[in-house]
Design a protein around this ligand. Structure first.
Ligand SMILES: [Zn+2]
Length: 334
């Protein structure tokens, strides 16, 4: 038996959000009730412009929910992009051509801007009954700079058709808001290569600026978490070993100040616990998975709602009682 892996990204559902119309076209919004400005676009040292918090922001707060200006199949041509832009208002076209372009001189302008700013996400294709990848332009969301220790996560809300951006930790006023442009579990060299190939720039986040022993330790921790992420699903018949690997992964995630993957590891721990009928620890693990997914994807996301259902009824999981009874450990055990 292998614990099945549940991705905590892309599992989205309605949020308590509403869209407001800006200048005649529905583009954006910060969906906080007060609609106060919580971040501003300003100069940041060594990075050009970026989004900076104008007040302290709580973990899990919704910063922005934005529909794409347009979306296309992956790897569009310059003419695909021009055709999509032709459907946009003149004002939106101007905003598009004001976005940064890291491919000046290498690609045609519309394509260079697209490659610099576009975000990939999965949408449900009801006609084909499957999920497919698309790539879209978000005029506001593309202003978040890259960080390999991100304080913002993004999730596609397929019901509302918006990309949501939420804070991954408590943030002080004046701190830059960034999300990761590549897998946070890659080493610095792998991350730099990936971002250079995809977006033609080098990430200058605080983690990528590490050197010497500190860099080596960060790379080692991230590689170890990646290895554990692959190994844990194969520990279905050895739940004690599985839980031990998960506890190590969670400790390393904490040391790297990373939130991504935490809900997934906690869900795996829940599955190990239900498989041996340890429902007390199972509930503790799934509660942690729910709390993290509320922060990363929102309380109404499919992930959060799935975890909440199992929290209420861990015996309802298909792996429940599949192995001899045993007592494992919970997320707060020593
Ligand atoms: Zn970086």
């Amino acid at each position: 038996m292998a614990a099945s892996r549940m991705s905590t990204t892309g599992l989205d559902a309605p949020s308590n959000t509403s869209l407001k119309s800006v200048n005649g076209s529905t583009i954006s919004v910060d969906l906080l009730e007060s609609e106060e400005e919580i971040f501003t676009w300003q100069e940041v040292p060594d990075k050009g412009k970026g989004l900076v918090a104008t007040r302290s922001i709580h973990r899990g707060e919704l910063l922005l929910a934005e529909p794409p200006l347009f979306s296309l199949e992956p790897s569009p041509s310059n003419s695909d992009i021009l055709a999509a832009l032709a459907e946009c208002t003149r004002e939106a076209q101007s905003e598009y051509f004001a976005l940064p372009n890291e491919f000046k001189g290498r690609l045609l302008p519309a394509l260079g801007i697209f490659e610099t700013n576009a975000l990939y996400y999965n949408v449900h294709d009801s006609q084909r009954g499957c999920t497919r990848e698309v790539v879209g332009i978000f005029l506001h969301g593309s202003r978040f700079n890259s960080s390999c220790t991100p304080n913002v996560s993004l999730t596609w809300d397929s019901t509302l058709g918006v990309m949501t951006f939420r804070t991954l930790r408590n943030i002080e006023e004046g701190v830059e808001l960034c999300f990761n442009y590549t897998d946070v579990l890659a080493t610095k060299e792998q991350r730099q290569q990936c971002i250079l190939e995809d977006r033609n720039f080098l990430c200058r986040c605080s983690t990528c600026e590490l050197e010497g022993v500190e860099l080596a330790e960060s790379d080692r921790r991230r590689s170890t978490i990646a290895r554990l992420f692959d190994e844990v699903p194969n520990c279905g018949n050895e739940p004690t070993l599985g839980i031990r690997k998960i506890r190590l992964a969670l400790r390393l995630l904490k040391e790297e100040r990373l939130v991504h993957y935490e809900a997934s590891f906690c869900y795996d721990a829940f599955q190990f616990c239900v498989s041996v009928s340890d429902f007390i620890n199972a509930k503790a693990w799934i509660r942690r998975a729910w709390e993290v997914s509320c922060c990363t994807s929102g309380p109404d996301s499919n992930a959060a709602r799935t975890f909440k259902t199992y929290w209420a009824n861990p015996r309802g999981h298909h792996l429940a009682g599949g192995l001899p009874k045993a007592t494992l450990s919970g997320p707060d055990s020593r």
